[in-house]
Design a protein around this ligand. Structure first.
Ligand SMILES: [Zn+2]
Length: 97
């Protein structure tokens, strides 16, 4: 299963795809009715309250490292990862800005 690589992972409105892979990360949407516990979001260090739609994210193949994220926090974190990756790739090309 391959989501559009490079464009990252985005939801528009109601998430249709509840699970997918983006750039080596496995993501799963936890719908409000399934979110029964309080979690700590590693993005903002705030609590994710029960009945809140959020994400569970783990490196592909390492589900024991899964973490619960606010959707917005993961999107921001993922954008930063992508930027860091681009910067790493860009170092090989001459010129730049
Ligand atoms: Zn958060």
């Amino acid at each position: 299963m391959a989501l559009d690589e490079g464009s990252g992972w985005r939801f528009r409105g109601e998430p249709r795809a509840l699970e997918g892979v983006a750039d080596g990360w496995h993501l799963r949407v936890v719908q409000p009715y399934r979110a029964l516990k309080t979690y700590r979001c590693p993005g903002c260090e705030q609590e994710i309250f029960p009945r809140t739609l959020h994400l569970v994210v783990w490196p592909e193949g390492s589900p024991e490292q899964r973490r619960h994220w606010h959707r917005a926090c993961w999107n921001r974190h993922f954008a930063e990862l992508e930027r860091a990756g681009e910067r790493r790739r860009r170092r090989r090309s001459p010129g730049g800005g």
